[in-house]
Design a binder for this molecule. Structure first.
Ligand code: ACM
Ligand code: ZN
Length: 376
């Protein structure tokens, strides 16, 4: 997964990521196209999404959210450019799975169309990182019309069987205070219980409506593991990110799963414990060896293993503002990911990998990729 929302990467830069993915025999690019800090998907029907939502008034400096660098920042992909990328990837046997993250992580859309929020705004495209309390209103019918319109444009461009609908990190505060959301909860008869609030079940309703819509168009949904909380309809695929727990549970419940646990597969994490010597990153350390050590079937009964569709790494880009740095975070960890994806546990051998991966930098250099220098 590449996050083009927090930072924008050009069409050529995304092509370069695709090229390297093909070298490592990866076959799906999950493309995160919308974020609080920037909307990157051109919509013909809702032009303000890119006129307003694709640009933010500066970016916080480092990890201090009281600062702002004062530099207007943004960009978006035209529909033609996205079609070009779909075709480019297809030639390399890579399917692009686009993500419209909903109902949270939508502040850029709210800045463009404030009526989509619970309070009506005003909102601004976020200039700081972190989880935002401003989310789509789940009560107003016009929000569902908006989402169906956007997804209709999206699936016209992306032929992928799977469409990622996000679902992560959606705070309930606005929904709790909103008359529209509360009316919807009453109409649906949603009740809190000892495990979940009525607002938790309201997100299940949003997910189910979007799922039904996409299913009616012949597509399937993938969502972050939050979609498993409460009730999830059959046929949804769960992407496990808060560790492996959600994925293991979903697979045993009969859902298909993509494993992308943060403790093994978040390539935005530092590559060394020596953080002072690394460019600024989001926090924890994820070494090459740790990536290599990941085994998606661990603690999973044999009968549930076929539900694991694959393993994915995520490149979130809060602190990744350039293509050079994106490649630095991707390489050489993508080499380890490839063996996790394709090698049965019995065929994996760190000593063998360690020796072989030492020759990778020569290839990266020839092909013009930046990477994190390493030795052992
Ligand atoms: C996520 O990292 N919020 C999916
Ligand atoms: Zn609302």
């Amino acid at each position: 997964m590449v996050d083009s929302g927090r930072h924008f990467f050009s069409v050529d830069e995304i092509k370069k990521v695709i090229d390297m993915m093909a070298i490592y025999k990866m076959n799906r690019l999950h493309w995160h196209l919308t974020e609080d800090q920037g909307w990157r998907f051109e919509s013909k029907k809702y032009p303000r999404l890119t006129e307003i939502g694709a640009f933010r008034n500066g970016t916080m400096i480092g990890k201090d959210n009281t600062t702002n660098d004062g530099v207007r920042y943004g960009g978006y992909y035209t529909q033609d450019e996205m079609r070009e990328l779909v075709a480019y990837a297809q030639k390399k046997n890579i399917t692009i799975i686009p993500e419209i993250d909903l109902p949270g992580h939508m502040q850029s859309a709210l800045a463009a169309y404030p009526n989509l929020g619970c309070t009506g705004g005003p909102y601004e495209v976020a200039t700081t990182w972190g989880i935002k309390k401003e989310v789509l209103c789940a009560g107003k019918e016009e929000v569902y019309t908006f989402l169906e319109d956007i997804l209709t444009e999206l699936i016209d461009i992306f032929p992928s069987e799977y469409i990622h609908i996000g679902g992560d990190e959606c705070p309930r505060q606005r929904w709790k205070e909103c008359p529209h959301c509360q009316q919807r909860i009453a109409e649906l008869g949603l009740k809190s219980d000892d495990k979940h609030s009525a607002e938790d079940y309201l997100q299940n309703y949003v997910t189910a409506r979007i799922q039904a819509f996409l299913n009616s168009k012949g597509r399937k949904i993938i969502g972050w593991d939050e979609i498993l909380e409460g009730k999830l309809a059959e046929g949804a695929t769960v992407m496990s990110w808060r560790g492996v727990k959600g994925g293991l549970k979903a697979a045993q419940m009969g859902y298909d799963v993509v494993m992308s646990p943060n403790n093994y597969m978040y390539f935005d994490y530092y590559q060394s414990e020596d953080k002072d010597k690394e460019p600024l990153a989001i926090g924890h350390c994820l070494t090459l060896e740790k990536v290599y050590s990941y085994e998606p079937y661990t603690d999973l009964p044999a009968e549930a293993q076929p539900h694991i569709l694959g393993v994915q790494a995520n490149l979130w880009t809060e602190f990744i503002g350039t293509n050079d740095y994106l490649e630095y975070m991707m390489l050489p960890r993508a080499a380890a990911l490839s063996e996790v994806q394709w090698s049965p546990a019995a065929a994996k051998d760190w000593e063998s990998f360690r020796t072989r991966v030492l020759s990778a930098p020569a290839v990266y250099a020839i092909l013009g990729y930046n990477f994190r220098p390493f030795d052992f």
